[in-house]
Design a protein around this ligand. Structure first.
Ligand code: HEM
Ligand code: HEM
Length: 194
C-alpha cells in the first residue's frame, strides 16, 4: 500500500487526510452551532460562561488543526499525481467534479480564516484559543468605531461558508453515491481503500 498517489490510485496519505478531515468537520459544525447557542444563552443571562469557553477552546483548536491539515493536504496534492477521473464521463460531469472539489478546498481555507478573523476583529476581550494557549495573534486588527471590518462581518462570512458548504457537500456526496451505485466505477472505493 503506497503512501503516495499514482495516476490511478489515491495513496494512504491523501486518503487518511480526506477521511480524517471529513470526520473532524462532522464534529466541528455541530460544535460551532452549540457554541453560538451557549454564547447567546450566556448573553441573555441564562447560560454558563465556562461552557462557552470550553466549547470555544475546542472549536478554535479543531479549526486551527483543520487549517494546518488543509495546507498540508494542498502541498501534498501539488507534489503527487492526482488520479484521473474514470474514463467516459461527459465534459459537464468532469467540470462538476473539478468545481465541487475546488470549492471544497476553498471552503476548507476560508472557513477557519474567517472564524479566526471574527475573533481577531472582536472589539472587546475574547480569547483566541489553540489548545492551552488563549492568546493566539490577531490576523486582522481589532475593530474600532466605524471600522468596516467588524467581527460581525467575518462571522457572517463564516456562517455563509456553512450554507454554501452544505450545498457543495451535498453534491459531493450525491456524486460519490452515484459513482458507487449507479455507475459502479469504483471512485468511492478508491478513495476509501485505495
Ligand atoms: C473548518 C473549520 C471550521 C468550521 C467547519 C467551522 C464551523 C462553524 C459553524 C458551523 C459555526 C456556527 C455557524 C454560525 O453561527 O456562524 C461556527 C461559528 C463560529 N466559529 Fe467556526 N468553524 C471553523 C473554524 C473556526 C476557527 C478556526 C475559529 C476561530 C479561531 C472559529 C470561530 C468561530 C466563531 C467566533 C463562531 C461564531 C460566529 C458568529 O456567530 O458570529 N471557527 N463555526
Ligand atoms: C466535509 C467532508 C468532505 C470534504 C471537505 C471532502 C473533500 C474532498 C475533496 C477536496 C476531494 C478532491 C480530492 C482531490 O482532488 O485532491 C474529495 C474527493 C473525494 N471525496 Fe470527499 N470530502 C468530504 C466528504 C466526503 C464523503 C462523505 C464522501 C462519500 C460519501 C466523499 C467521497 C469522496 C470521493 C469518492 C472522492 C474521490 C474522487 C476521485 O477519486 O476523483 N467525500 N473530497
Amino acid at each position: 500500500m503506497s503512501i503516495r498517489n499514482t495516476p490511478a490510485h489515491w495513496g494512504l496519505a491523501a486518503r487518511a487526510l480526506h477521511w480524517l478531515m471529513a470526520f473532524m468537520i462532522a464534529a466541528q459544525v455541530p460544535l460551532g452551532f452549540w457554541m453560538v447557542d451557549a454564547y447567546d444563552a450566556w448573553l441573555a443571562g441564562s447560560g454558563d460562561g465556562d461552557l462557552v469557553m470550553t466549547l470555544s477552546r475546542i472549536h478554535n483548536t479543531m479549526g486551527f488543526l483543520l487549517l494546518i491539515l488543509v495546507a498540508a493536504r494542498l502541498v501534498w496534492r501539488l507534489q503527487n499525481p492526482t488520479p484521473d477521473l474514470p474514463a467516459g464521463l461527459a465534459a459537464w460531469q468532469r467540470m462538476t467534479a473539478r468545481v465541487t472539489h475546488g470549492l471544497l478546498y476553498g471552503l476548507l481555507v476560508v472557513f477557519p480564516l474567517t472564524g479566526w478573523a471574527a475573533l481577531s476583529a472582536y472589539d472587546g476581550e475574547f480569547p483566541i484559543f489553540f489548545f492551552g494557549w488563549d492568546n493566539v495573534f490577531r490576523i486582522v486588527p481589532q475593530a474600532t468605531e466605524g471600522s468596516p471590518f467588524t467581527s460581525d462581518l467575518f462571522g457572517e462570512i463564516h456562517e455563509t461558508c456553512w450554507k454554501i458548504g452544505t450545498v457543495v457537500l451535498g453534491l459531493h456526496v450525491i456524486g460519490a453515491v452515484w459513482h458507487e451505485h449507479v455507475r459502479r466505477d469504483g471512485v468511492l472505493t478508491r478513495m476509501w481503500r485505495g
